[in-house]
Design a protein around this ligand. Structure first.
Ligand code: CA
Ligand code: CA
Length: 481
C-alpha cells in the first residue's frame, strides 16, 4: 500500500496556529516512520527543485520516502537508442538527466544512471520496466534526510563531553577520549582531507575557516572549470541540491555546520569549540536541501569526492554521512564501492529510529561495503541514546551523540554570524568517528582505509549498553591516536 502525502496545506507562512499543530502531527508521523527529525522544516519546501508537482513525495509502507514520479534506471551498456526509447515508452518516461560521473568512467562504467520522469507512480513504473532485457536495474529515487534530533535544552550548557575521557575528565569518561590524544600532541594535520556529504557548511565560521579546504585545482570566481571535474568554481565543494558552487546557503545549513565542527573545528584558538581533529582540510558536497536529498544527488556527491581524490592526489581519507532514509539502492551502493576502491571510508549514521536494524536495514549505513563504518549514538552516561538504531553486525560502534555542542550559523541583525549550539542524533555521533579517522590518518602516515577502520574499531572501549548492539560492542576511543 502506498500513500501519497498531500502537502498543499503545508505552506508554513499561510497556516493558522491550530492548523500548524495539525500539520505538526502529520509530520510527526512521517518522522516516526522515517527515522529523521529535522524534516520539520520540510513542510514548506517538500517540492524537489527539479520537480513541478507539489505532491512529489511518496512514502512506502515501510516508511521510506521517494520522489513520486521519478525512477533511476541503469541500462545495460550497449543498449541501442531505439531499445531505450521502447523501454521508456512503457512508462511514458522522459529522461531528466543522464548521470555519468568521472568516478563512474574511471571505474569502467560508461553507461551511468538515467534519471527518468514518468507520469506513473514510481513503483508502478518500476513494475512495468523491471526485468526488461535491456535494463540492469531500476529503482526509486529515494529521499534522504538528516539524522539529527532537535536542540536538547537539557544539554545546552556548553559542555563538550564528547571530547573528553576518563583521564582528562573522569566525569566525562564516556567521551571519545580526544582530550587524551590532544594532550599527547596529536591534533591532526592539514594534509588530511575529509569530505562532508550533508547540507552545506559555514566555511566562514570563526571556528571552521582555518580548516576550510579548497579544491587545489580550482581558481575561484573565474567562471572556468579549471580542474576539469565538471564543476565550475567548485572551490569549497559543490551544491548538488541547488546545482551551483555556493555550498553554504545560510542558517538552513545548520546541520552540515554542526557536523563540520565536531569533525574539525579549530582547536586551541580560544574560540568556541574544538573538533576531534584540530587541524584538517574539510570539503563539502551539499546534497541535502530543506526537503532532504535524493539518491540521484547522493550518487553525484559520493562520486565527487572519489574523483577529487584521484584527480588531485589528495589524502582524502573519509566522507561523513550523517543522513539516511530510503530503501536499498544498487546505484548508491555502487557509488560507495567506487569510494572504497579509491581508499575512502564512508562513515555513516546508524539512523534515529531507536530500532534494531539488523534485519530491517537502515541505509546507507547498512550496506555491506568494506569501507563503511556505521555509528550508533551514546549518551554522556554511557547508555545507548534512546533514538539510536543498533544492529549486532550492521552497526560497528557507538560514539557521543546526545547533547553535542558544536558550530552553527546564526542570524543576527540581518547577517549570518558564527554561533554554537547543542544537537543530538546519530548525525552527531558519526562526525566524532570521522574526526577520529582524520586524527588516526594524521599520526599514521600512509595508512590505508582498511587500516584506519581497523585502528578505530580495534581501539573501542567495551561498553555494556553496546554489547550485542554493534559488531565491536564498544564505544569510540581515540585516546591512543
Ligand atoms: Ca572544477
Ligand atoms: Ca574556476
Amino acid at each position: 500500500m502506498i500513500e501519497t502525502l498531500k502537502r498543499n496545506l503545508m505552506k508554513k507562512n499561510k497556516i493558522m496556529p491550530v492548523l500548524k499543530i495539525y500539520v505538526s502531527l502529520i509530520v510527526l508521523i512521517v518522522i516516526l516512520f522515517s527515522g529523521c527529525s529535522k524534516d520539520l522544516e520540510m513542510t514548506d519546501s517538500i517540492t524537489a527543485d527539479n520537480l513541478t508537482n507539489a505532491d512529489a513525495v511518496t512514502v512506502s509502507k515501510d516508511g521510506h520516502k521517494f520522489v513520486a514520479n521519478e525512477i533511476l534506471v541503469k541500462f545495460k551498456e550497449g543498449t541501442s537508442t531505439a531499445a531505450r526509447t521502447v523501454a521508456l515508452s512503457r512508462v511514458n518516461g522522459t529522461v531528466v538527466e543522464k548521470i555519468l560521473t568521472h568516478a563512474m568512467k574511471n571505474s569502467g562504467d560508461n553507461e551511468g544512471i538515467t534519471l527518468v520522469k514518468t507520469p506513473l507512480a514510481a513503483l508502478d513504473a518500476l513494475s512495468r520496466i523491471k526485468g526488461s532485457a535491456e535494463i540492469e536495474f531500476a529503482e526509486p529515487n529515494w529521499i534522504y534526510t538528516v539524522d539529527a534530533t532537535s536542540n536538547d535544552p537539557y544539554y545546552t550548557n556548553g559542555s563538550l563531553w564528547g571530547m573528553y575521557g576518563d583521564a582528562t575528565s573522569p566525569a566525562n569518561q564516556y567521551g571519545s577520549q580526544a582530550g587524551e590524544a590532544w594532550a599527547a600532541g596529536h591534533t591532526g594535520s592539514s594534509t588530511v582531507w575529509i569530505g562532508i556529504i550533508d547540507e552545506g557548511y559555514m566555511y566562514t565560521h570563526e571556528d571552521l575557516a582555518g580548516n576550510a579546504g579548497k579544491n587545489p585545482g580550482e581558481i575561484a570566481g573565474d567562471g572556468v572549470d579549471n580542474d576539469g571535474n565538471g564543476y565550475i568554481d567548485d572551490v569549497y565543494g559543490w551544491d548538488f541540491d541547488g546545482n551551483n558552487n555556493t555550498v553554504f546557503d545560510g542558517t538552513s545549513d545548520d546541520h552540515g555546520t554542526h557536523v563540520a565542527g565536531t569533525i574539525g573545528a579549530v582547536g586551541g584558538n580560544s574560540k568556541g569549540v574544538a573538533g576531534v581533529c584540530w587541524t584538517v582540510k574539510l570539503m563539502n558536497a551539499k546534497f541535502l536541501g530543506k526537503r532532504g536529498g535524493t539518491t540521484a544527488n547522493a550518487i553525484k556527491a559520493v562520486d565527487y569526492f572519489t574523483d577529487l581524490k584521484t584527480r588531485h592526489g589528495i589524502n582524502l581519507v573519509a566522507t561523513n554521512n550523517s543522513w539516511g532514509g530510503g530503501g536499498f539502492s544498487q546505484a548508491l551502493q555502487d557509488a560507495i564501492e567506487r569510494a572504497n576502491n579509491a581508499g575512502i571510508l564512508f562513515i555513516a549514521a546508524a539512523g534515529n529510529n531507536g530500532a534494531d536494524t539488523e534485519t530491517s536495514t537502515s541505509y546507507p549505513s547498512g550496506y555491506p561495503n568494506a569501507n563503511i563504518i556505521a555509528v550508533a549514538s551514546i549518551t554522556n552516561t554511557g547508555t545507548l541514546s534512546s533514538f539510536s538504531n543498533y544492529a549486532a553486525t550492521k552497526v560497528d560502534l557507538g560514539a557521543p551523540g546526545s547533547g553535542i555542542y558544536s558550530c552553527l550559523p546564526k542570524s543576527s541583525k540581518g547577517k549570518i554570524v558564527s554561533g554554537y549550539g547543542s544537537y543530538s542524533g546519530t548525525s552527531m555521533a558519526t562526525p566524532h568517528v570521522t574526526g577520529a579517522a582524520a586524527l588516526y590518518a594524521s599520526t599514521h602516515n600512509g595508512a590505508t582505509a582498511s587500516q584506519i577502520k581497523s585502528g578505530i574499531l580495534g581501539s573501542v572501549i567495551a561498553t555494556s549498553s553496546l554489547s550485542g548492539k554493534c559488531s565491536t560492542g564498544g564505544r569510540l576511543n581515540v585516546g591512543g591516536f
